[in-house]
Ligand binder design. Structure first.
Ligand SMILES: [Mg+2]
Length: 394
Protein backbone atom coordinates (compact mmCIF):
# COMPACT_ATOMS: atom_id res chain seq x y z
CA UNK A 1 0.00 0.00 0.00
CA UNK A 2 1.19 3.51 -0.82
CA UNK A 3 1.90 5.29 2.45
CA UNK A 4 2.22 9.00 2.87
CA UNK A 5 4.82 10.58 5.14
CA UNK A 6 3.92 12.65 8.17
CA UNK A 7 3.35 16.31 7.24
CA UNK A 8 6.01 17.16 9.82
CA UNK A 9 8.66 15.25 7.86
CA UNK A 10 8.36 17.78 5.01
CA UNK A 11 9.08 15.05 2.46
CA UNK A 12 8.91 16.53 -1.06
CA UNK A 13 6.35 14.71 -3.26
CA UNK A 14 9.17 13.58 -5.59
CA UNK A 15 10.80 11.71 -2.70
CA UNK A 16 7.71 9.85 -1.49
CA UNK A 17 8.33 6.13 -1.84
CA UNK A 18 6.15 4.68 -4.56
CA UNK A 19 4.41 1.35 -4.08
CA UNK A 20 2.18 0.62 -7.05
CA UNK A 21 -0.95 -1.57 -6.84
CA UNK A 22 -0.63 -5.03 -8.31
CA UNK A 23 -1.36 -5.08 -12.06
CA UNK A 24 -4.12 -7.65 -11.37
CA UNK A 25 -6.07 -5.01 -9.47
CA UNK A 26 -6.11 -2.61 -12.43
CA UNK A 27 -8.28 -2.44 -15.52
CA UNK A 28 -5.99 -0.94 -18.16
CA UNK A 29 -8.74 1.02 -19.97
CA UNK A 30 -10.13 2.50 -16.75
CA UNK A 31 -6.63 3.16 -15.37
CA UNK A 32 -5.72 5.07 -18.55
CA UNK A 33 -8.71 7.35 -17.89
CA UNK A 34 -8.02 7.79 -14.14
CA UNK A 35 -4.33 8.59 -14.68
CA UNK A 36 -5.27 10.86 -17.59
CA UNK A 37 -7.62 12.81 -15.33
CA UNK A 38 -5.14 13.41 -12.50
CA UNK A 39 -2.18 14.03 -14.80
CA UNK A 40 -4.41 16.24 -16.97
CA UNK A 41 -5.29 18.32 -13.90
CA UNK A 42 -1.63 18.72 -12.91
CA UNK A 43 -0.48 19.56 -16.45
CA UNK A 44 -3.21 22.20 -16.83
CA UNK A 45 -2.16 23.64 -13.47
CA UNK A 46 1.56 23.64 -14.41
CA UNK A 47 0.92 25.21 -17.82
CA UNK A 48 -1.23 27.97 -16.37
CA UNK A 49 0.82 28.64 -13.21
CA UNK A 50 3.40 30.85 -14.91
CA UNK A 51 0.76 33.25 -16.22
CA UNK A 52 -1.78 33.21 -13.39
CA UNK A 53 -3.50 36.63 -13.18
CA UNK A 54 -2.26 37.66 -16.67
CA UNK A 55 -4.89 39.35 -18.78
CA UNK A 56 -6.39 37.93 -21.95
CA UNK A 57 -4.86 40.83 -23.89
CA UNK A 58 -1.35 39.92 -22.70
CA UNK A 59 -1.87 36.27 -23.59
CA UNK A 60 -3.20 37.12 -27.06
CA UNK A 61 0.07 39.00 -27.66
CA UNK A 62 2.21 36.29 -26.09
CA UNK A 63 0.28 33.02 -25.84
CA UNK A 64 1.38 30.13 -23.64
CA UNK A 65 2.48 27.13 -25.69
CA UNK A 66 4.68 25.19 -23.28
CA UNK A 67 5.74 24.86 -19.62
CA UNK A 68 8.29 27.47 -18.66
CA UNK A 69 10.38 28.34 -15.62
CA UNK A 70 9.61 31.64 -13.88
CA UNK A 71 6.40 33.65 -14.18
CA UNK A 72 3.84 34.50 -11.51
CA UNK A 73 5.16 32.18 -8.76
CA UNK A 74 8.73 31.75 -10.03
CA UNK A 75 8.27 27.99 -10.31
CA UNK A 76 10.38 25.57 -12.32
CA UNK A 77 8.77 24.29 -15.53
CA UNK A 78 6.41 21.45 -14.53
CA UNK A 79 5.83 22.50 -10.92
CA UNK A 80 2.20 22.92 -9.91
CA UNK A 81 0.14 24.96 -7.45
CA UNK A 82 -2.75 24.66 -4.96
CA UNK A 83 -5.08 22.95 -7.45
CA UNK A 84 -2.88 19.84 -7.72
CA UNK A 85 -1.73 19.89 -4.09
CA UNK A 86 -5.31 19.92 -2.79
CA UNK A 87 -6.35 17.28 -5.28
CA UNK A 88 -3.51 15.00 -4.12
CA UNK A 89 -4.51 15.67 -0.47
CA UNK A 90 -8.06 14.56 -1.32
CA UNK A 91 -6.83 11.48 -3.20
CA UNK A 92 -4.46 10.57 -0.36
CA UNK A 93 -7.41 10.64 2.03
CA UNK A 94 -9.60 8.41 -0.16
CA UNK A 95 -6.93 5.76 -0.69
CA UNK A 96 -5.56 5.62 2.84
CA UNK A 97 -8.94 5.82 4.60
CA UNK A 98 -10.67 3.73 1.91
CA UNK A 99 -13.61 5.85 2.85
CA UNK A 100 -15.19 9.24 2.17
CA UNK A 101 -14.02 10.88 5.39
CA UNK A 102 -14.66 14.62 5.18
CA UNK A 103 -12.86 15.29 8.47
CA UNK A 104 -9.71 13.56 7.24
CA UNK A 105 -9.90 15.50 3.94
CA UNK A 106 -9.93 18.80 5.86
CA UNK A 107 -7.04 17.62 8.03
CA UNK A 108 -4.94 16.99 4.91
CA UNK A 109 -5.85 20.34 3.38
CA UNK A 110 -4.74 21.90 6.67
CA UNK A 111 -1.45 19.97 6.50
CA UNK A 112 -0.87 21.45 3.05
CA UNK A 113 -1.75 24.97 4.26
CA UNK A 114 0.30 24.83 7.47
CA UNK A 115 3.14 22.42 6.59
CA UNK A 116 3.33 22.30 2.78
CA UNK A 117 2.09 18.68 2.64
CA UNK A 118 2.06 17.51 -1.01
CA UNK A 119 3.22 20.88 -2.29
CA UNK A 120 5.58 21.03 -5.26
CA UNK A 121 7.76 23.58 -3.45
CA UNK A 122 7.46 22.33 0.14
CA UNK A 123 5.18 25.15 1.23
CA UNK A 124 1.74 26.59 0.56
CA UNK A 125 2.54 29.63 -1.56
CA UNK A 126 -0.93 30.30 -2.97
CA UNK A 127 -4.33 29.78 -1.44
CA UNK A 128 -7.78 31.11 -2.27
CA UNK A 129 -9.47 33.35 0.29
CA UNK A 130 -12.46 31.08 0.85
CA UNK A 131 -10.22 28.04 1.33
CA UNK A 132 -7.93 29.90 3.74
CA UNK A 133 -10.83 31.16 5.84
CA UNK A 134 -12.39 27.68 5.94
CA UNK A 135 -9.14 26.06 7.04
CA UNK A 136 -8.66 28.69 9.75
CA UNK A 137 -12.22 27.97 10.94
CA UNK A 138 -11.53 24.23 10.85
CA UNK A 139 -8.42 24.73 12.98
CA UNK A 140 -10.48 26.78 15.46
CA UNK A 141 -13.10 24.01 15.72
CA UNK A 142 -10.34 21.42 16.10
CA UNK A 143 -8.82 23.41 18.96
CA UNK A 144 -12.15 23.21 20.82
CA UNK A 145 -12.25 19.46 20.21
CA UNK A 146 -8.65 19.09 21.33
CA UNK A 147 -9.46 20.84 24.60
CA UNK A 148 -12.64 18.80 25.13
CA UNK A 149 -10.74 15.55 24.67
CA UNK A 150 -7.74 16.76 26.67
CA UNK A 151 -5.37 16.00 23.81
CA UNK A 152 -1.83 17.32 23.86
CA UNK A 153 -0.68 17.58 20.26
CA UNK A 154 -2.32 18.47 16.96
CA UNK A 155 -1.58 15.11 15.35
CA UNK A 156 -3.75 13.39 17.98
CA UNK A 157 -6.77 15.51 17.11
CA UNK A 158 -5.97 15.15 13.39
CA UNK A 159 -6.08 11.36 13.70
CA UNK A 160 -9.25 10.99 15.72
CA UNK A 161 -11.44 8.22 14.29
CA UNK A 162 -14.65 9.10 12.49
CA UNK A 163 -16.95 7.73 15.22
CA UNK A 164 -15.35 10.06 17.77
CA UNK A 165 -15.74 12.99 15.37
CA UNK A 166 -19.40 12.10 14.92
CA UNK A 167 -19.94 11.67 18.67
CA UNK A 168 -18.77 15.24 19.17
CA UNK A 169 -21.09 16.42 16.37
CA UNK A 170 -18.10 18.10 14.79
CA UNK A 171 -19.25 20.21 11.84
CA UNK A 172 -16.75 19.69 9.03
CA UNK A 173 -18.42 22.13 6.65
CA UNK A 174 -16.43 25.31 7.15
CA UNK A 175 -17.33 27.18 3.94
CA UNK A 176 -19.21 30.48 4.14
CA UNK A 177 -22.69 30.57 2.56
CA UNK A 178 -21.66 33.10 -0.12
CA UNK A 179 -18.46 31.35 -1.28
CA UNK A 180 -18.92 30.65 -4.98
CA UNK A 181 -15.28 30.48 -6.10
CA UNK A 182 -13.77 27.63 -8.10
CA UNK A 183 -11.69 26.18 -5.21
CA UNK A 184 -13.82 23.04 -4.86
CA UNK A 185 -13.99 22.38 -8.58
CA UNK A 186 -10.24 22.71 -9.12
CA UNK A 187 -9.46 19.73 -6.82
CA UNK A 188 -12.51 17.55 -7.56
CA UNK A 189 -11.32 14.65 -9.77
CA UNK A 190 -10.35 12.08 -7.09
CA UNK A 191 -13.98 11.87 -5.89
CA UNK A 192 -15.60 10.78 -9.19
CA UNK A 193 -12.54 8.62 -10.00
CA UNK A 194 -12.96 6.75 -6.71
CA UNK A 195 -16.79 6.48 -6.88
CA UNK A 196 -17.41 6.15 -10.64
CA UNK A 197 -18.95 2.71 -10.19
CA UNK A 198 -21.72 4.14 -8.02
CA UNK A 199 -22.71 7.40 -9.76
CA UNK A 200 -25.22 8.51 -7.09
CA UNK A 201 -22.34 8.55 -4.60
CA UNK A 202 -19.95 10.17 -7.10
CA UNK A 203 -22.42 13.05 -7.51
CA UNK A 204 -23.40 13.45 -3.85
CA UNK A 205 -19.83 13.28 -2.59
CA UNK A 206 -18.58 15.65 -5.31
CA UNK A 207 -20.97 18.25 -3.88
CA UNK A 208 -19.99 17.53 -0.28
CA UNK A 209 -16.29 17.78 -1.10
CA UNK A 210 -16.83 21.36 -2.33
CA UNK A 211 -19.06 22.32 0.61
CA UNK A 212 -16.15 21.78 3.02
CA UNK A 213 -14.69 25.11 1.91
CA UNK A 214 -17.33 26.71 -0.34
CA UNK A 215 -20.84 27.11 1.05
CA UNK A 216 -22.64 28.51 -2.00
CA UNK A 217 -25.01 26.17 -3.82
CA UNK A 218 -23.41 27.11 -7.16
CA UNK A 219 -19.99 25.87 -5.98
CA UNK A 220 -21.58 22.66 -4.72
CA UNK A 221 -23.73 22.05 -7.79
CA UNK A 222 -20.91 22.84 -10.24
CA UNK A 223 -19.06 19.96 -8.57
CA UNK A 224 -22.11 17.65 -8.62
CA UNK A 225 -22.48 18.23 -12.37
CA UNK A 226 -18.75 18.04 -13.18
CA UNK A 227 -18.38 14.97 -10.93
CA UNK A 228 -21.16 13.32 -12.95
CA UNK A 229 -19.35 14.18 -16.19
CA UNK A 230 -16.04 12.72 -14.98
CA UNK A 231 -17.77 9.57 -13.69
CA UNK A 232 -19.52 9.26 -17.08
CA UNK A 233 -16.18 9.49 -18.91
CA UNK A 234 -14.61 6.82 -16.72
CA UNK A 235 -17.67 4.65 -17.40
CA UNK A 236 -16.96 4.98 -21.13
CA UNK A 237 -19.53 7.52 -22.36
CA UNK A 238 -18.85 9.28 -25.66
CA UNK A 239 -18.09 12.98 -26.13
CA UNK A 240 -21.48 13.34 -27.77
CA UNK A 241 -23.20 11.95 -24.67
CA UNK A 242 -21.15 14.15 -22.32
CA UNK A 243 -21.81 17.34 -24.25
CA UNK A 244 -25.44 16.58 -24.97
CA UNK A 245 -27.67 19.44 -23.80
CA UNK A 246 -29.86 16.75 -22.21
CA UNK A 247 -26.99 15.26 -20.13
CA UNK A 248 -28.81 16.07 -16.89
CA UNK A 249 -32.10 14.54 -18.06
CA UNK A 250 -30.29 11.48 -19.39
CA UNK A 251 -28.58 10.98 -16.00
CA UNK A 252 -31.32 12.29 -13.72
CA UNK A 253 -31.20 9.31 -11.37
CA UNK A 254 -27.57 10.12 -10.55
CA UNK A 255 -28.66 13.46 -9.07
CA UNK A 256 -31.33 12.04 -6.72
CA UNK A 257 -34.04 14.43 -5.62
CA UNK A 258 -31.87 17.56 -5.67
CA UNK A 259 -31.99 19.26 -9.09
CA UNK A 260 -29.07 21.45 -10.12
CA UNK A 261 -29.17 25.16 -9.34
CA UNK A 262 -30.51 27.16 -12.31
CA UNK A 263 -27.07 28.73 -12.98
CA UNK A 264 -25.46 25.30 -13.34
CA UNK A 265 -28.40 23.86 -15.25
CA UNK A 266 -27.91 26.62 -17.81
CA UNK A 267 -24.29 25.50 -18.32
CA UNK A 268 -25.34 21.83 -18.45
CA UNK A 269 -27.86 22.79 -21.13
CA UNK A 270 -25.04 24.01 -23.39
CA UNK A 271 -24.40 27.71 -22.58
CA UNK A 272 -20.66 27.03 -23.00
CA UNK A 273 -21.06 26.23 -26.70
CA UNK A 274 -19.81 29.61 -27.90
CA UNK A 275 -17.88 29.37 -31.20
CA UNK A 276 -15.96 32.62 -30.66
CA UNK A 277 -14.92 31.75 -27.10
CA UNK A 278 -13.65 34.83 -25.30
CA UNK A 279 -15.39 37.15 -27.76
CA UNK A 280 -18.63 35.33 -27.01
CA UNK A 281 -18.26 35.89 -23.25
CA UNK A 282 -16.23 32.83 -22.14
CA UNK A 283 -13.98 33.93 -19.24
CA UNK A 284 -11.25 32.28 -17.17
CA UNK A 285 -12.15 34.00 -13.88
CA UNK A 286 -12.41 32.69 -10.32
CA UNK A 287 -16.24 32.52 -10.12
CA UNK A 288 -17.20 28.85 -10.29
CA UNK A 289 -19.88 29.24 -12.98
CA UNK A 290 -17.38 31.10 -15.17
CA UNK A 291 -14.70 28.42 -14.67
CA UNK A 292 -17.10 25.59 -15.39
CA UNK A 293 -18.22 27.23 -18.64
CA UNK A 294 -14.64 27.97 -19.67
CA UNK A 295 -13.40 24.42 -19.03
CA UNK A 296 -16.33 22.91 -20.93
CA UNK A 297 -15.90 25.38 -23.78
CA UNK A 298 -12.24 24.33 -24.12
CA UNK A 299 -13.29 20.66 -24.20
CA UNK A 300 -16.19 21.23 -26.61
CA UNK A 301 -14.31 23.43 -29.10
CA UNK A 302 -11.23 21.21 -29.62
CA UNK A 303 -10.36 17.66 -30.64
CA UNK A 304 -7.20 16.99 -28.60
CA UNK A 305 -6.06 17.37 -24.98
CA UNK A 306 -3.27 19.67 -26.11
CA UNK A 307 -5.39 22.16 -28.06
CA UNK A 308 -8.00 22.41 -25.31
CA UNK A 309 -5.56 22.97 -22.46
CA UNK A 310 -3.72 25.70 -24.38
CA UNK A 311 -7.02 27.44 -25.16
CA UNK A 312 -8.08 27.20 -21.52
CA UNK A 313 -4.85 28.80 -20.27
CA UNK A 314 -4.90 31.55 -22.88
CA UNK A 315 -8.29 32.82 -21.71
CA UNK A 316 -6.25 34.62 -19.04
CA UNK A 317 -6.98 35.50 -15.37
CA UNK A 318 -7.28 32.27 -13.28
CA UNK A 319 -5.30 30.41 -15.94
CA UNK A 320 -4.00 27.48 -13.89
CA UNK A 321 -7.39 26.66 -12.41
CA UNK A 322 -9.37 26.91 -15.67
CA UNK A 323 -6.83 24.55 -17.25
CA UNK A 324 -6.76 22.22 -14.20
CA UNK A 325 -10.56 21.92 -14.34
CA UNK A 326 -10.44 21.27 -18.08
CA UNK A 327 -7.61 18.73 -17.58
CA UNK A 328 -9.61 16.59 -15.15
CA UNK A 329 -12.32 15.90 -17.73
CA UNK A 330 -10.30 16.04 -20.94
CA UNK A 331 -7.45 13.98 -19.48
CA UNK A 332 -9.93 11.26 -18.52
CA UNK A 333 -11.65 11.44 -21.91
CA UNK A 334 -8.56 11.35 -24.16
CA UNK A 335 -6.66 9.13 -21.72
CA UNK A 336 -3.14 9.26 -20.27
CA UNK A 337 -1.70 7.79 -23.46
CA UNK A 338 -2.96 10.79 -25.48
CA UNK A 339 -1.35 13.48 -23.31
CA UNK A 340 1.79 14.92 -24.96
CA UNK A 341 4.94 13.21 -23.73
CA UNK A 342 6.85 16.53 -23.68
CA UNK A 343 4.63 17.74 -20.81
CA UNK A 344 4.48 14.45 -18.95
CA UNK A 345 8.30 14.39 -18.90
CA UNK A 346 8.49 17.85 -17.35
CA UNK A 347 5.74 17.38 -14.79
CA UNK A 348 6.92 17.55 -11.18
CA UNK A 349 6.41 14.27 -9.21
CA UNK A 350 4.80 12.62 -12.21
CA UNK A 351 5.44 9.09 -10.90
CA UNK A 352 3.68 9.85 -7.62
CA UNK A 353 0.64 11.30 -9.41
CA UNK A 354 0.41 8.25 -11.69
CA UNK A 355 0.73 5.94 -8.68
CA UNK A 356 -2.00 7.81 -6.74
CA UNK A 357 -4.34 7.61 -9.75
CA UNK A 358 -3.68 3.87 -10.02
CA UNK A 359 -4.56 3.40 -6.36
CA UNK A 360 -7.78 5.40 -6.83
CA UNK A 361 -8.72 2.92 -9.54
CA UNK A 362 -7.52 -0.19 -7.72
CA UNK A 363 -9.47 0.74 -4.56
CA UNK A 364 -12.46 2.35 -6.29
CA UNK A 365 -15.67 1.92 -4.37
CA UNK A 366 -17.84 -0.82 -5.82
CA UNK A 367 -20.44 -1.80 -3.25
CA UNK A 368 -23.90 -2.15 -4.63
CA UNK A 369 -25.62 0.73 -2.87
CA UNK A 370 -27.38 2.03 -5.98
CA UNK A 371 -30.75 1.64 -4.27
CA UNK A 372 -29.89 4.45 -1.85
CA UNK A 373 -31.19 7.84 -2.90
CA UNK A 374 -28.53 10.48 -3.29
CA UNK A 375 -30.28 12.42 -0.51
CA UNK A 376 -29.64 9.57 1.86
CA UNK A 377 -26.13 8.99 0.66
CA UNK A 378 -23.70 9.89 3.38
CA UNK A 379 -20.42 8.82 4.82
CA UNK A 380 -22.30 6.62 7.25
CA UNK A 381 -23.31 4.32 4.39
CA UNK A 382 -19.74 3.29 3.95
CA UNK A 383 -18.00 0.90 6.21
CA UNK A 384 -16.33 2.93 8.91
CA UNK A 385 -12.60 2.73 8.89
CA UNK A 386 -11.52 3.63 12.36
CA UNK A 387 -7.97 2.58 11.89
CA UNK A 388 -5.62 5.46 12.46
CA UNK A 389 -3.40 6.16 9.56
CA UNK A 390 0.11 4.95 10.20
CA UNK A 391 2.91 7.09 8.95
CA UNK A 392 6.21 5.76 7.86
CA UNK A 393 9.45 7.59 7.46
CA UNK A 394 9.69 7.56 3.69
MG1 LIG B 1 -3.48 27.45 -8.49
Amino acid sequence: MLQFPSPYDKTPPEKIKIVRPSPDSLDSTIANRCIGSLIGLAIGDALGAGVEFCSREDLVKKPVEDMKTGGTWNLKAGQWTDDTSMSLCLASSLITQKDFNLYDQMVRYKWWYKHGFLSSTGRCFDIGNATRMSLEEFQRRQNVLKKDRKLRVDLEVDQLPLDVIKKHKFDVFCGSPGSAGNGGLMRLAPVPLFFYQVPTLAVEYSGQSARLTHGDVRAVDACRYYGALIAAVVRGESKEQLLNDKFYDDHKLWFGTKPLDASIMEVASGSYKQPKGYDDGIRGGGFVVQSLRAALWAFWSTETFEDGVINAVNLGSDTDTTAAIYGQLAGAYYGYSSIPEKWIKKLYARDLIVCIAEWLQALSYSKNVETASSQGASATQMEPNDELERFDDN
